[in-house]
Ligand binder design. Structure first.
Ligand code: GCV
Length: 683
């Protein structure tokens, strides 16, 4: 039998990120057998071939049926299980297809993939283990991603939007997928992206912005071929393409007079349109929908519920195995700031909890991790634990819209891990990571920048999104360490321990540092309106967006208690409802999210609110300066261009941190009239 062909590893000028050639050294210097057929097995074979060519090993390929190669002395066998098929499979995400078993015995490491994706994940697991994959014996262990869907949402516009640019909230150049109003012709970069994503565990990508403008709406119909080309480029890495669609598609594209989800012609239109999508992309994952949100059309226009809306699309997708990811980000963005009874934080719960049990099995409710909008600190959304009969996906934001816009270092794995480990119920009830049966979705931070993410250290956020989706309970610092080992390959560095220690020091605490010098104690939204970079304490205070902090001369914060406030605290189950209800028990870091308190209110930490604001802002700047100095000291331990790019961004981070400190401290000093107890300059 002729052995099937290897798929060449995509070559681009972009940074290799967490897959530099050195990361393959242990594997590439071995005798490796790849056993099986199918598209993804061809990918695995290509990886092994390239690694062996680089590091002097040997790569052999055999079909599944051929058992003879096992008699030969291989160090590593990567094979499909018995009857498994090494292709990318159908439209449905099934964690079982992605499982692999790794064992090391009698001098041989064997990885058996339950399917093509499992084999690919197994390969990258061996890459992560490095030499350890070829050391002591290991009993068989089966690895299976905890969440079946680990998806990236790209907020990419096909055409450059006059206000939002090509990538909405994008800080890494143009789109990876779209250029000059069309899908890119040269898709090598997309293939290389798919490869990186597969290596960190992502298995789904939505290729366009959830704000669907007219040009982008056409991707569903007459421009589906462009989506198909992207899907073809991603498929060999086990990644399914998804599309954001507009709820108004039957009107905008179909020429119907309505988009009412209960109208028979609308249902027929979606069924036919979806059938054409599957004719072009047989393993298409499904639709992502932002409806009745920030101006996007939705079922409310027809007096229908969001379950009616989601089920319309779920029914169209069901015959093909697809899923609709329906976003719960529904709130009134035309609020009157004088009306203190309306609370944006309450909105998703109020809209969706009454609909629990009304969604189809292939409808997933995609919920932002916090109740407002990806602030540096928010409580976990109460929606996540409140719909036991609905599949929930948790949405996090890798693109650093409110966390420094990839000019500041802000490693988000520790934040996401806190969210995923939170237990919305009492005692040993399930964690958010366990409740997220619909998956983990991250808004992507990647673009066509040579480092993928603008700031080279922001790659760690992309990496962590995949790894935490596969293992929500993983230690976030271990995930960062993994990224460091792969990306910086310290084994090839003159002082590996100093490099590791330096990278850990600048990454691990960076989120808390960022939190310290920006908006305090969970109050959020003190950013400049529109672009959301830099401080503006009152930037959104008198606006319609529902993002207020109510600072006055006496105090600050939003009263969301049941007793005297908006009642939001009551959306939590116990013990949280009671804990958040009172300033006496509310955790310090969320105090101003839940309560309006006087500046002299004493925190659990023993300091007053206003003194805490001053202290943390001074500390945050000092920590940013210390991180910058550590970074400076790492020159010579990595490639110069990467070091220089980060060094340059640290200068901006430090400038920005000082601006935040002076703006926020002065604001609260002027409001409260309370001087800093330590006499530091406040302007
Ligand atoms: C894609 C925030 C962002 C918007 C984004 C929206 C969303 O409001 O500022 O740019 O729109 O979230 O998640 O839909």
């Amino acid at each position: 039998m002729t052995a099937p062909a290897a798929r060449p590893v995509p070559r681009t000028d972009a940074d290799p990120a967490w897959l530099p050639p050195e990361a393959f050294r242990a594997l590439g210097s071995r005798r490796v057998l790849v056993c099986g057929t199918g598209d993804l097995t061809d990918t695995v074979h290509g990886e092994v071939d390239a690694a062996c060519a680089e590091f002097g090993g040997t790569a052999v390929r055999a079909a599944v049926a051929d058992h003879r190669p096992y008699d030969r002395p291989y160090d590593l066998v990567l094979r499909l299980d018995g009857t498994a098929d090494g292709t990318a499979g159908g439209a449905e995400h099934r964690a079982d297809d992605e499982a692999f078993t790794l064992v090391r015995e009698r001098g041989r490491t064997t990885v058996s993939g339950a399917g093509g994706r499992g084999l690919l994940h197994g390969l990258f697991h061996v890459v992560r283990l490095g030499e350890a994959a070829f050391g002591a014996d290991r009993p068989p262990v089966t690895h299976r991603p905890a969440l079946a869907t680990r998806m990236l949402n790209h907020w990419d516009n096909v055409a450059v939007h006059p206000v939002m640019g090509q990538v909405e909230r994008g800080y890494a150049g143009g789109s990876l997928f779209w250029r000059d109003g069309r899908a890119r012709g040269d898709l090598d970069r997309v293939r290389a992206y798919g490869r990186l994503l597969a290596a960190c565990g992502i298995n789904a990508v939505c290729v366009n912005n959830v704000n669907v403008h007219t040009t982008e709406a056409h991707l569903l119909t007459d421009r589906i071929g462009e989506v198909a080309a992207l899907a073809d480029a991603l498929r060999p890495y086990g990644i399914r393409a998804h599309l954001s669609v507009t709820f108004a598609a039957p009107l905008v594209l179909g020429g119907l007079g309505t988009a009412d989800p209960l109208d028979a012609s609308v249902r027929a239109w979606w069924a036919a349109a979806t059938a054409r999508v599957y004719a072009a992309i047989p393993d298409f994952g499904g639709y992502v929908v932002k409806a009745d949100s920030e101006g996007q059309p939705g079922p409310f226009a027809y007096g229908r519920s969001h379950a009616d809306g989601a089920n319309l699309l779920a029914d169209a997708l069901a015959p093909h195995g697809g899923t609709v990811y329906w976003r719960a980000f529904v709130y009134n963005h035309r609020q009157d700031w004088r009306d203190r009874t309306t609370d944006r934080a309450r909105a998703a719960y109020d809209h969706f909890v009454p609909l629990d049990g009304a969604f189809r099995d292939n409808a997933v409710l995609q919920v932002k991790h916090g109740p407002v909008d990806f602030q540096p600190r928010e409580p976990v959304s109460p929606v996540i634990g409140a719909l036991p009969r609905t599949r929930i996906a948790v949405e996090v934001q890798a693109t650093q819209e409110y966390t420094g816009q990839q000019r500041h270092v802000c490693a988000l794995a520790p934040m996401w891990s806190e969210v995923l480990g939170f237990r919305p119920g009492a005692g040993a009830s399930p964690t958010v990571g366990e409740l997220a049966r619909g998956g983990l979705v991250a808004v992507s931070n990647a673009g066509d920048d040579p480092y993928w993410t603008g700031h080279p250290l922001a790659q760690a956020n992309l990496y962590a999104a995949g790894r935490l989706g596969a293992r929500p309970g993983a230690d976030p610092h271990a995930v960062l360490d993994e990224w460091i080992e792969l990306t910086f390959t310290p084994d090839t560095c003159p002082d590996p321990e100093r490099l590791r220690a330096g990278l850990r020091a600048v990454l691990r605490g960076s989120w808390r540092t960022y939190e310290k010098y920006t908006a305090p104690l969970g109050v959020g939204f003190m950013v400049q309106p529109g672009h959301h970079y830099g401080p503006s304490a009152d930037g959104y205070e008198y606006s319609p967006w529902g993002t207020y902090h109510f600072a006055d001369r006496d105090g600050v914060g939003v009263d969301r208690s049941r007793a005297t406030g908006t009642g939001y605290a009551g959306q939590y189950a116990e013990p949280w409802a009671t804990l958040y209800e009172s300033p006496a028990t509310c955790p310090d870091e969320l105090l101003l999210f839940f309560h309006h308190v006087p500046y002299g209110h004493v925190l659990h930490s023993g300091t007053t609110v206003v003194q805490h604001i001053y202290d943390t802002h001074f500390e945050g700047v000092a920590e940013a300066a210390a991180a910058r100095d550590i970074w400076t000291s790492l020159a010579g331990l990595m490639d110069g261009a990467r070091h220089a790019r980060v060094a340059e961004r640290y200068e901006e981070q430090l400038r920005g941190a000082r601006e935040w400190r002076d703006h926020i401290n002065s604001y609260f000093f002027r409001k409260s009239g309370v001087p800093d107890a330590r006499g530091r300059p406040i302007h």
